[in-house]
Design a protein around this ligand. Sequence first.
Ligand code: ADP
Ligand code: MG
Length: 389
Amino acid sequence: MSDSVGAERVARDFRRLYGAGPEGVWAAPGRVNLIGEYTDFNDGFVMPLALPHTAVAAVSRRTDSVLRVHSADVSQGVVHLGADALVPRSDTGWAAYPAGVVWALREAGHTITGADIHLASTVPTGAGLSSSAALEVVTALALNDLYGLGLSGAELAVIAQRAENDFVGVPCGIMDQMASACCTEGHALYLDTRDLTQRQVPFDLAARGLRLLVVDTRVKHALGDGAYAERRAGCEAGARALGVRALRDIAYEELPAALGRLSAEGENVRRYVRHVVSDDHRVEQVIGLLDAGDVRAVGPVLTEGHASLRDDLRVSCPELDLVVTAATAAGALGARMTGGGFGGSAIVLVEESDAEAVSKSVTEAFAAAGHTAPRIFPAIPARGAHRLI
Ligand code: ADP
Ligand code: MG
């Protein structure tokens, strides 16, 4: 699997499709999240890093309000839409992602008079690696540059999230779009999702003889289904019952008392609150360890985070659990599911010298359990969205 599609090839395909070369070519990456899961819609903390896998888009402006979009990865041909007539949740299939960005920019008062877009992506879809955010952010950055909008990475991420929430109709938080827009090479992005303040945290594992593996279980997740919305509603109910704006406002030290005050809310709400408040705490722990240079100690925190997602939030699945048990049994420092769960990918922190043996153990465990072979590759922290041509 190559990390990214060449800009020249995407430009050439654009010319073949639309009869003239593009005004530019941009890239935006997928991501994995190191720690802080299901915290981003609770105003909490997250720590994603960008992958080398990117969505690449060749784009030109138009002046006639026509929006044409094409993906090299979908056998659907060019989708024709009217920029003036975009209707949220109108079932435009994959084209809803780029079209939603045009809609969200226009909703925010920006003048977008149409575009021709051709894109190709190496971010695996539905693997919990945010292929959707890569698509949105690459579109947003291209239009920002071409139309001279002057928006920051964080502002583009907010536009992209609005596209996914309100146009596509997926109630995701802000993490994926912020990661794709704002990550930098060699760093993890420590992000406060309440005010979008961020810090780039050096995350050079190779220099310490470590590696972060991504294990794509090949189980397709479907965040659109009710489970994500149900967790979200449960967290909101918990915050309401505790009299706070969001669960981020419950300090880890207050957690036992807070759980005691939730007796009327039911077991699920208590479990969700315990996950979110403890995972926010784990982000703080990981930041402390990275700042202290104690990267190996991050491993057990990841594994604890997985147990919380599996047992309290219950968003894991047998394949994700198997990655964690097989990898840690084979000597990994720690492992957890990453992203929304119910399939998708896990991350595994290993000594570089153990990476091959751990990968082999995970693959063998999948075979023994009768699962499809996982796809395993290293997560090397890459740069966020940028212009290529
Ligand atoms: P994830 O973001 O974890 O990969 P999502 O379900 O949020 O999963 O987004 C996947 C959807 O994004 C796909 O079903 C498709 O509609 C769209 N998508 C992603 N990559 C592409 C692509 N290269 N071409 C067309 N559509 C894509
Ligand atoms: Mg997505």
